[in-house]
Design a protein around this ligand. Structure first.
Ligand code: 4NP
Length: 154
């Protein structure tokens, strides 16, 4: 194992499952073995598969995320993962508040890893249309490559 990353959004049914799937695909392409997971700050969808629109856009891009199940972030995640990456700024604020004192995980904003997109959110597509899921997929796929460079070095 050369690195570990947890992607976090609100519900763990749209953005962070897509980020997990995109990152698994990019890592597999490069023959890298990393621990990759996702979680939500909220518990509304625990145990559910990703939203059907997220599953569809991932599959259209060759990535099957249908086996994923939503879970809520837990205190232990702040020790288990070297990197915890928030899909938007409000999630990052919540993660900073949830982080136990002295926890080792490095927190970051997903699009801070992408040149020219620093400080931006991956827009929440949950209340949107298919097109919003396509935009979110493009963002997470682009970002996965950038995050991989950070995670693979430790
Ligand atoms: P996600 O999208 O955070 O990208 O998984 C959402 C999914 C569900 C809700 C909000 C955002 N919700 O309020 O149920």
């Amino acid at each position: 194992m050369t690195g570990s990353v947890l992607f976090v959004c609100l519900g763990n049914i749209c953005r962070s499952p897509m980020a997990e799937g995109a990152m698994r695909a990019v890592a597999a392409d490069r023959g890298l073995t990393l621990e990759i997971d996702s979680a939500g700050t909220g518990g509304w969808h625990v145990g559910n598969p990703p939203d059907g629109r997220a599953r569809a856009v991932a599959l259209a891009n060759g990535v099957d995320i249908s086996a994923q199940r939503a879970r809520q972030i837990a205190a232990a995640d702040f020790e288990r993962f070297a990197h915890i990456v928030a899909m938007d700024r409000s999630v990052l604020r919540d993660l900073k508040a949830l982080r136990p004192d002295g926890a080792s995980a490095r927190l970051s904003l997903f699009l801070d890893h992408v040149e020219g997109r620093e400080g931006e959110d991956v827009a929440d597509p949950y209340y949107g249309e298919d097109e919003d899921f396509a935009i979110a997929w493009a963002d997470v796929h682009r970002g996965a490559t950038a995050v991989l460079r950070v995670v693979a070095v430790g």
